[in-house]
Design a protein. Sequence first.
Lengths: 222, 489
Amino acid sequence: MSDRAEFLASIRHRTQAGRYKPTNAPDVAWTGESGEGGPIGDPPARFIEELEALGGHGKRVEDREEAREYVLELARKREAKLLIRWDADELEALGVDEPLSDAGIEVTVWRELADFKEVAGKADIGLSTAAWAIAETGTLVLEGGPGMGRSVTLLPPTYVAVVPVGRILRTVPEAIGKYAGDVGSLPANVCFHTGPSRSGDIEMALFVGMHGPGDVHVILVG
Amino acid sequence: METEKPARRRETKDRRAEGLPSGVEGFNDRARRAVADEELHDSIELFTRKSVAGRNAVLDALPEAPELRERAYRIKQETMAHLDRHLQQMADAVEARGGNVFFAADGEDVVRYIGDLARSKGARVITKSKSMATEEIELNRRLEEDYADLGLEIVETDLGEWIAQLAGDTPSHIVGPILHMNRKRITEVLSQTAGEDLPPDVEALGSFARKRLREKFLTADIGITGANFGVAASGTVVTVTNEGNARLVTSVPPVHVVVMGIEKLVPRFEDLSVFVKLLARSGTGQELTVYTNFITGPRQTGELDGAEEFHLVLMDNGRSKLLGTDFEEALYCIRCGACLNVCPVYRQTGGHAYGSTYSGPIGAVITPLLKGHDEAKDLPHASSLCGACWEACPVGIPLHDLLLKLRNQQVEAGLAGKAQEIAFKGFESTMKRPLLYNISSKAGRLAQKPLEKNGSMRPLPGPLSGWTDSREMPPLAEKSFRELWKEGV
């Protein structure tokens, strides 16, 4: 479109012709006094602590079998009828599909769905893995991609992620750094997901499960 | 939404300057009414007190906070110095990913672009995630009016924004849009929408909203969001929410439109680690919001959800006028709302008294800049110049300096009229007490400038007379606002 050049030229003119050079860089001591941050000694433990402080549930398990049991138990407790999960090798290997079916819980895998909204919209539980987890904030880093539907982590009221402990990063900048190097290969969607969806818009009272899942579980394996 | 709009908003249509909704004159009268409204005062106090406490706690625990603030300022400085280049880079990156980019000179351009897009898609339902940029241009009203034949249903999906929309109201705070509404009023509004009496408890009200809005999320033809940040190097748009509505608005409908002010850019992806760390902490006292969502173009091959079509609208609407001027730093704002929460004026009057989309100190600065002094000449005076806003600002915008510069401009333009020579005594007394006027000598010197030009001290805005009348407030000359504010916390 032709006016783009004009638009940019006008901005260039203003930035170059302007007399003013901002000089008011903050020069006062600014908060940050107590410095509680400190090093993160045990990242998995810190992750769980942070997530639980936000009302999520975190558990570290030894192996896949234990993780599978957790998912099965959760599905039973929530009286789930339908679970939708990412199409990921790790979740295949988890081997929850059969035992869930045996328990009368239907499993749908995120691939070739005729109407993803229909299926994800009525699922009781969403199951995914995560690219990374961030210890200091209890955050999951979710990448979108083939087989890795955004809706799986978003539409069902209960959401479970199974993440190997080896993917735990310490800090948010570390996680951002994972994507800063090669921005050309960024997934179309990356989401830092931290605890249950919530709102404080009504008199600042906490309402959990506003639009996304209010019931969030992260199983750290290993 | 079939909501009846209040008459006031209708009347503003013809006299609106491009962009901001009008009605920014008359701060004094609105503020006086607001100060007398005890329920409103309680609501504002609840929100700002909690926000300030949360923000202080979480930033105090961050040893590198001062360094981050300085870096944030420098990054924005660098961004603005070469904004044309960064915009070009952003546009190239989005297009390389298969997205569409449109440069909008003003609100009219944005409305036309989205309206035409809605027409070409045969869209009926549009879901929106809270966006100040679209509030600024009254996008919803203008789409409904200018494209009435499309019969669009435009639904705000942030809980507070939705309730405001249903009530025919506007947000009164950047972060807490309906902090001015109490539960009783919210229950009325939602009950009317439900067609039945809902109990006045948060669980019931929230559950109703979840259910009703879920239907909209799933049937929307177009999703519209703002942007908290745009990354020039990658073409990424970042939105932060706690509710998850921005993630839904960008994941479910086939078309996603981002309306982003041109000042929202940062050059590099790694710059986000500075801003993401500051934004939630300053706004809500969280380390991170629940959802920090990074969108880079449309969905890729093999993906089943996420928008198939991605449109980035880069909106100027008066912003570029500030580049290279004394007011450039106003463009550094990341809309966290921290300056509102600490402002002694905002805490007395709430957001609606400002009569503009942006309230509080940042609103008092950018409204006259975007809209012109003629329309907003009261606002630079809606401040006690205590400097609390500057201290709270995570990007270090010298808001009090900018307010003084605006007052200077008014004097130079001969705009400082009788209307502002009302409550001048109180201001004079405060200014004469350096111990109470707890801010740098530089600000003090600047403050003198317009005063000297006038031959007498410049007036304090009218509402202050209202404050001195209110029973909780001692007369101004006795205490600085800063002191009052500290007592209030």
